[in-house]
Design a protein around this ligand. Structure first.
Ligand code: F0G
Length: 468
């Protein structure tokens, strides 16, 4: 590794840049009001630092753009397809690779081919689209996170693990025959970007073998999980991130992968499979709904960027620098008095808004209120993971069951922001933490029934005296 004495700098320098806007406080206030206090409705040119998602938002390399110029756009059997296919095949070891335009297309194709109505899909935590696609296939999505995940402050190294005891009880119990799939999300995006250990993956595979249930990975952040394994799981200390990733894929019967994250590209994904019959079913669905099996909704130039991106993403220097940068941001934020889910992961930090804003009850959406304040004070866009997103509401959009935690996710795009940008984010949070009582709550004005958080409109509740 680089050196224990230094922080690892990014192993690249910046060749092409894009200006970012700085609006006045009044312009931000107006923009947020016009957006119905929902950051999904903001325009990108109203945002200074965009931490809404790490998906499709990374910077590409010169080598990726050079490869893209060689993109072969033949309808079938393009050169670019074979380059992508060989790269993914080498990394994952799967016999069958089906390209898709993004992760959720792969989820839809896999789940409608593999799951039968009434079956259960078990996960450490389903991502929201994954959950939706399981339910759209007529099955039931069940999360069994490990008990350590419930303590946001504990520094247990693998809080992304599945609860093996609960999984075994389910598989051996009366409902065991209904389990149609076990899907492990690496890293666990729904639960604080926490990694899954190789030991947990291996034990899950054994349980699935014994009970003849397919075991798949949702491997959107396979490289970042591998990095955290190399740092936190002693048996893998001498393995490269690429070796660890390959071993993780080997442990599973297949995978579904969004390549908008660790593919270091704006678009892309794939399904990896060993089973011939399942491949035939998925392929028919792919051709009917995504595109022919050698492009799956992607252009040749996308396949080229992805093939190159998959090489770059497992570079230990890149992963070390990215992980240290995220950990550095966590440190600055914690020192400013804002707690984050511990220990810090790689792709995102999760702020404990419930603890920062005790004057707001879950009914006033403290997570969402912090999201709005970050925009008002600093032009920073991020997303709530709390009662607005996960709570249940009555017909008048009043909160009935709050979420277990009121969190805010700061997702960090790959190779886009420097530590100076992250210092700015920390300083805006420090400003809010000095006087948290001025953060106003919010109530819902209108809301769609499905996928609420994308289209909901809100308004601030009246300011009132602060209880401390
Ligand atoms: N699985 C996980 C774990 C994800 O985080 C995502 C997307 C998907 C599947 C779906 O992939 O977007 O390519 O269709 N996560 C993004 C996020 C949107 O912001 O966390 P996709």
């Amino acid at each position: 590794m680089f050196s224990d004495l230094h922080k690892m700098p990014p192993p690249y320098r910046i060749k092409v840049v894009e200006p970012i806007p700085f609006l006045s406080a009044e312009e931000r206030r107006r923009a947020l009001a016009e957006a119905g206090y929902n950051p999904f409705n903001l325009r990108a040119d109203q945002i200074t630092i965009d931490l809404l998602s790490d998906s499709g938002t990374g910077a590409t390399s010169a080598a990726q753009e050079a490869a893209a110029a060689l993109g072969d756009e033949s309808y079938a059997g393009a050169r670019s397809w074979f380059r992508f296919h060989d790269e993914v095949g080498d990394l994952t070891g799967y016999r069958h690779i089906l390209p898709v335009h993004q992760g959720r297309a792969g989820e839809r194709i896999l789940f409608t081919s593999l799951l039968k109505p009434g079956q259960i899909c078990v996960s450490n935590t389903h991502f929201d689209t994954t959950h939706a696609n399981v339910e759209l296939a007529g099955a039931h999505a069940l999360d069994l996170p490990c008990p350590e995940a419930a303590d946001l402050d504990s520094t247990e190294p693998f809080k992304g693990n599945i609860d093996l005891d609960a999984l075994e009880r389910l598989l051996a119990g009366p409902e065991g025959h209904r389990v149609g799939l076990v899907l492990m999300t690496i890293t666990n995006n729904g639960l604080g970007a926490q990694p899954v250990s190789m030991a947990n993956l291996a034990a899950t595979r054994e349980l699935c073998r014994r009970h003849r249930v397919p075991f798949f990975l949702d491997a959107a952040r396979f490289a970042e999980n591998a990095w955290l394994v190399s740092q936190r799981e002693p048996a893998y200390r001498d393995w490269t991130p690429r070796q660890i990733a390959t071993r993780a894929f080997e442990l599973a019967d297949g995978c579904v992968v969004s390549l908008k994250k660790d593919g270091l590209s704006a678009i892309g994904g794939f399904i990896g499979l060993r089973d011939d019959d399942l491949r035939a079913m998925c392929e028919a669905n792919l051709i009917a709904t995504e595109g022919f099996s050698t492009y799956g909704g992607l252009a040749g130039h996308d396949l080229e960027r992805l093939a190159q991106g998959l090489r770059e993403v497992v570079d230990p220097a890149y992963l070390q620098s990215r992980a240290e940068s995220t950990a550095g941001l966590a440190r600055m934020i914690n020192e400013a008095g804002v707690d984050t889910v511990q220990p810090p992961g790689v792709h995102a930090l999760y702020l404990n808004a419930g603890r920062l804003l005790p004057h707001l009850s879950p009914h006033e959406f403290p997570g969402h209120s912090l999201v709005c304040q970050l925009y008002l004070d600093g032009g920073i866009r991020c997303a709530e993971l709390g009662s607005l997103y996960l709570g249940t509401m009555d017909d008048q959009h009043r909160l009935v069951t709050p979420a277990p935690f009121e969190l805010v996710r700061l997702a960090i795009p790959r190779r886009v922001y420097t530590d100076a940008h992250l210092e700015y984010v920390a300083s805006v949070l420090a400003h809010i933490a000095k006087e948290p009582g001025r953060v106003r709550g919010h109530r819902i004005v209108s809301s769609p029934k499905l996928l609420r958080h994308f289209k909901v409109r809100l308004e601030p509740t009246p300011a009132r005296a602060v209880r401390r």
